[in-house]
Ligand binder design. Structure first.
Ligand code: ADP
Ligand code: MG
Length: 207
């Protein structure tokens, strides 16, 4: 991964968010307050506007810049959490100083861990972590087995989709939906859906 890949990925992420407007909006209207699409759209727009600057930066610096910018621009619970993902990822890439698949896998996992710590949540609580944690685990395992980027991308898309679908039958214990109890059952978590879409979009670029 280099900075030109990051730039391309920002466009792919924006496209998929914009293409899923009604779905993201209705998911958060069902079990949240309806602003998740707006938050994601604003975040995507913000990172696309940074493209020229991002192209000139080393990957770790670019990812950290994205995180800091998102922190100050997206609202809601998801904004600071996603911001912390990029900053957590940047930290590992900076420390390791290489661009191997294994480094990206551990950077992704570190980003997910940052979300986990910041949001004090874990798998099974009907949040974006139900997508991100299984994807991080599989990414790390496949990188350790020297799987190719294409093989990894194909597998991670499936895992992300399964994780997203798994939120449907869960009761939420974190975030706004936590107040709904059993009424949250039957609805996919909006943050899980947007994370699945972003993972799919980035994996499609790699495939
Ligand atoms: P808000 O909930 O403040 O309206 P959004 O609608 O943008 O913010 O984001 C909601 C999403 O944030 C949820 O669908 C869920 O995936 C995620 N989320 C909320 N709280 C947490 C948490 N503590 N840990 C991880 N993800 C969370
Ligand atoms: Mg919301």
């Amino acid at each position: 991964m280099n900075s030109s890949f990051i730039v391309t990925a920002t466009t792919a992420i924006q496209n998929t968010i914009l293409q899923h407007e009604s779905e993201l909006e209705s998911l958060d209207r069902a079990i949240g307050d309806g602003d998740h699409y707006i938050n994601m759209k604003r975040g995507a727009q913000t990172i696309v506007e940074m493209q020229q600057e991002l192209a000139t930066l080393a990957p770790d610096v670019a990812l950290n810049k994205i995180g800091m910018k998102l922190l100050s621009t997206i609202g809601g619970a998801s904004g600071p959490l996603l911001a912390s993902f990029f900053m957590g990822m940047a930290k590992i890439i900076k420390e390791k100083g290489d661009t191997s698949t294994a480094t990206y896998a551990s950077a992704f996992s570190a980003g997910v861990d940052t979300i986990r710590q910041r949001g004090k949540a874990d798998i099974g609580e009907k949040t974006m972590l139900d997508v991100l944690i299984p994807v991080a685990t599989q990414f790390t395992a496949m990188a350790a087995q020297n799987a190719s980027p294409k093989e990894i991308s194909t597998a991670l898309k499936k895992t992300a989709e399964q994780g997203m679908l798994s939120t449907k039958d869960l009761i939420a214990t974190k975030g706004r939906a936590a107040g709904l109890g059993e009424r949250a059952i039957g609805h996919i978590d909006p943050g899980a859906k947007s994370c699945q879409l972003m993972i799919e979009a980035v994996c499609n670029l790699i495939e």
